[in-house]
Design a protein around this ligand. Structure first.
Ligand SMILES: Nc1ncnc2c1ncn2[C@@H]1O[C@H](COP(=O)(O)OP(=O)(O)O)[C@@H](O)[C@H]1O
Ligand SMILES: [Mg+2]
Length: 369
């Protein structure tokens, strides 16, 4: 656990970068510090590894005041990743990563073996190991930066805007990669970003800082979206809180309908003015068609797997579907039924209201028959 206990940082020019910060970062969790530029995120982060010393208050790691720790020893247990990866330009990728194990006393051979192993973990192939940083894409460089921070297997990882300099597509990839890594490694991670969407995607808990270095709210992403503490937090979260909240709601209990599902691609007139989901003998979706004989088949788009995909994915699928319905499939891609956009919205409302009333975490209640 990392504890900030009423921490203040006033720089020598009088700037108060961090003001009365008290919070706890649980061991094994990914905590995000988010806020606009200049609100004290980097300063707060650097107080954890003593690159910056607080003016007053205490920072504790594992219950121990880090002022009493040797900074070098402290930093051995704390990996640090920065925006432009901070790689040594004249060392190969593998040697960049091997640097820390070497410093910690590993032989050259051991250090390289460790480096190759962590490079693999962050999704970089062996063929890149002998390149120099300038011969990599921005996203690959960031991965090397993460690999280097992980090479000494530190229990704590500090990441300062690690993905801010790469394009949005690579950024999403790196975010997913980090979540996958974290599910294996369960490090105590503190990640700084100015991007609230990144914070919501990555954080187990999110600390929103406001200008002046004051903590505005410290909560789970879901709680932030449900009940922002004030206008500043609500404004920072943006206008589509409701839809984003749906990322946290399960699709497990949505009411699935069978009646529009038919087998075979026949062109017979099925009567009425409705959409019909056509499936093959194996129950795999072939597409939507109108009921009239002359209608053509339209692809179903992305089906969802109840319980695996969040409600937001289902709503998206329903909105994009010509029929206004999303298609539910099992793990093997066989159709389980369809659900209307209205039913998704109703499930989201009952989930949200259930939450607001402090109901159990189970959400997306079944519509009454
Ligand atoms: N070394 C420094 N000396 C004086 N002021 C600083 C120093 N580092 C940061 N600041 C100021 O402290 C405030 C917080 O900075 P910082 O922690 O870098 O914010 P963030 O990472 O949220 O953008 C800003 O007003 C910044 O200008
Ligand atoms: Mg910063």
């Amino acid at each position: 656990m990392i504890t900030f206990d009423n921490v203040e940082k006033r720089y020598s020019d009088g700037t108060v970068a961090v003001n009365g910060l008290s919070l706890e970062v649980p061991t094994g969790s990914l905590t995000v510090f988010v806020g606009p530029s200049g609100c004290g995120k980097t300063t707060s982060l650097r107080m954890i590894n003593r690159m910056v010393e607080p003016t007053s208050g205490r920072v504790l790691v594992g219950g121990r005041d880090i002022r009493d720790e040797d900074p070098h020893l402290l930093r051995r247990g704390i990996g640090y990743v920065i925006q432009h990866a901070g790689l040594f330009p004249h060392r190969t990728v593998v040697d960049n990563v091997a640097t820390v194990p070497r410093l910690l006393g590993a032989t050259r051979k051991q250090a390289r073996a460790t480096a190759m192993d962590v490079l693999g973990r962050v999704g970089l192939g062996k063929e890149l190991a002998q390149r120099y940083p300038a011969q990599l894409s921005g996203g690959q460089q960031q991965r090397v930066g993460v690999a280097r921070a992980l090479a000494a297997d530190p229990p704590i990882l500090l990441m300062d805007e690690p993905f801010s300099a790469v394009d949005p597509v690579v950024r999403k990839e790196l975010q997913q990669e980090l979540l996958r890594l974290q599910s294996e490694l369960a490090k105590t991670i503190v990640l700084v970003t100015h991007d609230i969407n990144e914070a919501i995607t990555l954080g187990d808990r999110v600390a929103v800082l406001r200008p002046g270095g004051v903590l505005a709210q410290y909560a789970t992403p879901e709680d932030l979206l449900t009940s922002p503490a004030d206008e500043f937090v609500a404004g920072f979260l943006g206008v589509d809180r409701g839809v984003r909240l749906m990322s946290f709601f399960s699709s497990a209990d949505l009411p699935l309908r069978q009646d529009p599902v038919v087998t075979g691609t026949g062109t017979e007139d099925l009567g009425g003015d409705r959409w019909i989901l056509v499936v093959d003998e194996d129950s795999r979706p072939l597409g939507w068609r109108g009921a009239r004989a002359d209608s053509t088949i339209v692809p179903v788009g992305r089906p969802f797997v109840p319980g695996r995909d969040p409600l937001r994915v289902v709503l998206d699928a329903a909105v994009l579907s010509p029929s206004g319905h999303a298609v539910a499939v099992d793990d093997d891609g066989r159709v389980l039924g369809v659900v209307s956009g209205e039913d998704v919205a109703a499930a989201a409302r009952s989930g949200h209201n259930g939450r607001a009333a402090d109901a159990p975490r189970a959400v997306a209640m079944r519509k009454s028959p």
